[in-house]
Design a protein around this ligand. Structure first.
Ligand SMILES: [Zn+2]
Length: 315
């Protein structure tokens, strides 16, 4: 049976029968090989289904990915109606977004105002802010209910689906942003290749994803908040994200670690639900402990969140 179910540690009874789900075991999403080892097994916490999933690491290239995983047509079952990234924030909250992740995002470097595509636009708060700053904005999101709400309530131009998308033309965007969306897609390489095609030759791609090669993952393991199984299908490290971008035809301009003390507190609270919680987990539930850990992680290049800026290689 292609899933991992551990009754002893399930936080609640499974709400989805594994037999109602279609499963797949993809080749490595970076190098295409099929040699891997299990890295960690963890439950679906935020979706509340009670099922457990495995993350494997490719023995050839090091990419970590959820395997086996629900097929694309079944993934929507794991996104609850109140999934936070799909919710719009009140106006005063638009400085922060997805779990407080959207700080520092107005600093997109560009000479003048341009055309921006936000892939996986979620609640739409980032698109609204950029529109207010004068950008021509377009969104793409896989959730049809989210697309309808953003179009109807916020008047945004949002397309349903993924990349490639038939309504988008080559070289039609100056900036493409992927704020915590690339880890959700079944085939990130095809998404990035299409992003390269959609960008103008001097355009910029901004990608923010969790970093599995982080101090927080080493401390919390299956309780690391940013695993978010099975919605996160790919679990990048700085190295594997750069390899993937280069394969898709980008050159890296910068890679920055982000401080996320809230993630550390979330992870610590999850870990403390279990009997094997340690004094370190209890210490990191507090603001002081989590902030010190986040500061040290960022300083030492081991933060659990990273942002990369890339530009298409010129032919
Ligand atoms: Zn591989």
């Amino acid at each position: 049976m292609p899933f991992v179910l551990k009754d002893s540690l399930v936080p609640s009874a499974p709400t989805i029968s594994p037999h109602d789900i279609r499963w797949e075991e993809p080749d490595c999403l970076l190098c295409g090989q099929r040699r891997w080892q299990t890295l960690v097994e963890a439950p679906d916490i935020q979706g509340g289904t009670g099922l457990w999933f495995a993350v494997v690491q490719c023995l050839e290239c090091g990419l970590c990915f959820t395997n086996p995983r629900p097929t694309a047509s079944c993934l929507e079952l794991f996104y609850p109606a109140d999934y936070k990234p799909h919710q719009s924030k009140p106006a005063k909250g638009r400085r922060t977004g997805l779990f407080g992740l959207r700080r520092n995002r107005t600093g997109i470097a560009w000479n003048g105002l341009g055309r921006l595509l936000d892939f996986g636009c979620g609640g739409g708060d980032f698109l609204c802010r950029m529109r207010d700053e004068g950008w021509q904005v377009t969104g793409v999101d896989a959730s049809l209910s989210t697309v309808r709400r953003l179009t109807r309530e916020l008047g945004l131009h949002v397309l349903h689906g993924t990349l490639p998308h038939p309504d988008l033309q080559p070289h039609s965007f100056d900036v493409i942003t992927m704020w915590h969306s690339l880890e959700h897609v079944p085939d990130p390489r095809s998404v990035l290749r299409e992003a390269r095609r959609l960008l103008t030759p001097h355009g910029r791609l901004y990608v923010a994803v969790p970093n599995i090669d982080s101090l927080a993952f080493r401390i919390f393991g299956p309780h690391w908040f940013a695993l978010d199984l099975p919605r996160h299908l790919v679990h990048f490290s700085p190295l594997t994200l750069q390899f993937l971008l280069e394969q898709a035809g980008f050159r890296i301009i910068s890679l920055r670690m982000q401080r996320r003390s809230a993630w550390i507190r979330h992870s610590a609270r999850l870990a403390c639900r279990y009997p094997e919680a340690t004094w370190r987990h209890r210490l990191l539930r507090g603001r002081l402990g989590s902030r010190v850990a986040a500061f040290y992680s960022c300083l030492s290049g081991q933060s659990d969140c990273m942002t990369i800026v890339a530009q298409p290689w010129l032919d």
